[in-house]
Design a protein around this ligand. Structure first.
Ligand SMILES: Cc1ncc(COP(=O)(O)O)c(C=O)c1O
Length: 364
């Protein structure tokens, strides 16, 4: 069997279409959007149209769009930019956030009180615990949309309702594992981030979107483009090709989701019959995680021998040797090191799922 790529939550294969689009734009639209000549200004004008098209796609009004290199950069620029405006206050988040969020928040631990809300056994946030910590001191609620390992979709609508009376609170959501997989209401968020290489686009474009009126301080210094937040020359042809591609993918969300979900149903059934332990209780079509008696890394290398590529779940909190997010669900440090993730895309096939289940059965 050729490569069976089941690590799509990490990154995806770019489509031929976007490679061709990019090649065309890169050859023709290379002028710097910061140049004052008409070639550059035409690209700057076009960039604004591209951002307006992205806002339309996301169904958001009155947001600023900042293009970054990836979501890690977008999370850093957004969170640090927001928190630098405050000298005290409380942040509500969870241990399940991505490292680029957790570590950024942690770097402010001497200035703000950071509260990690309890996680339920199914991986969702404990709303009763959340309510207990909600008060006038809170300046930021930072909860991702869809978890990158357990695949759970967090109760952001309920959280939005709960924070509504507190005018000072801003809701920040890392939306990386949700974008173009599910149609979501991004307008309930004050700030959010996405990453395009997770959805068959090329590497090198992320987005920080934030409501106009929110004051973000810059953490990078240089030119004044991109609201001064991500200054300097950036790859406009890549951004334009990316948004072109996303418009096509957006119209295929349901079809793609249905196709991948059919694969996931077979995969889940097969995993259950192999008696591996599934994590969380979610309906995610794209992501499933489980643990076996092997260390995650060992199983990844065993499957690699069959040309199958899945993912480990590495510790992302600098203070621990185990993944604290998974610990919040599994309540067992040893087990967190045995977890592996399978993440699908519409390029995968039923034949690959069957092959994977067969090889996994031989490996465990
Ligand atoms: C939920 C989540 N946030 C952020 C990131 C970081 O994205 P990037 O690789 O674009 O920096 C990832 C990557 O796996 C992710 O899954």
């Amino acid at each position: 069997m050729n490569n069976v790529y089941f690590d799509n939550a990490s990154t995806t294969k770019p489509s031929e279409r976007i490679i061709n689009l990019y090649s065309n734009y890169a050859s023709n639209l290379y002028a710097n959007t910061m140049s004052v000549h008409s070639f550059g200004q035409k690209n700057l004008y076009d960039l604004e149209l591209v951002s307006a098209r992205l806002c339309k796609l996301l169904n958001i009004n009155n947001y600023n769009i900042v293009y970054t290199y990836n979501a890690t950069e977008a999370n850093n620029i957004g969170l640090q930019g927001y928190l630098k405006s405050y000298t005290r206050g409380k942040i509500l988040t969870t241990k399940l956030e991505h490292a680029s969020v957790l570590k950024t928040l942690e770097s402010f631990k001497n200035i703000f009180e950071i509260v990690y809300i309890n996680i339920l056994n199914n991986g969702d946030i404990d709303l009763d615990d959340f309510k207990k910590h909600l008060d006038n001191e809170v300046i930021l609620v930072c909860i991702m949309m869809v978890h990158n390992v357990v695949g759970v979709k967090f109760s952001l609508e309920e959280i939005k309702k709960l924070i509504q009376p507190y005018k000072k609170i801003r809701l920040f959501s890392d939306s990386v594992q949700c974008f173009l997989k599910y149609k979501e209401d991004y307008s309930m968020l004050d700030m959010f981030t996405i990453s395009f290489h997770k959805v068959h686009c090329l590497k090198g474009v992320g987005v920080l979107a934030y409501k106009k009126g929110i004051n973000l301080k810059n953490i990078l210094f240089g030119a004044t483009n991109q609201y001064g937040l991500r200054p300097g020359t950036f790859d406009f042809p890549l951004v334009k090709a990316t948004i072109d591609e996303c418009e096509i993918l957006y119209n295929e969300i349901e079809t793609t989701n249905n196709y991948v979900n059919d694969l996931m149903v077979v995969l889940k059934k097969g995993l259950k019959s192999l008696n591996v332990s599934l994590i969380g209780d979610n309906n995610n079509s794209y992501i499933i995680s489980f643990y076996t008696k092997h260390k995650g890394e060992v199983l990844v290398h065993m499957l690699e021998k069959y040309n199958i590529y899945i993912s480990t779940v590495s510790a992302c909190n600098s203070t621990s040797s185990y993944d604290e997010g998974l610990y919040a669900i599994l309540k067992n440090k040893e087990l967190t090191t045995q977890v592996v993730r399978v993440s699908l895309s519409n390029l995968n096939t039923l034949k690959e799922i069957e092959y994977f289940l067969d090889c996994l059965g031989k490996s465990i």
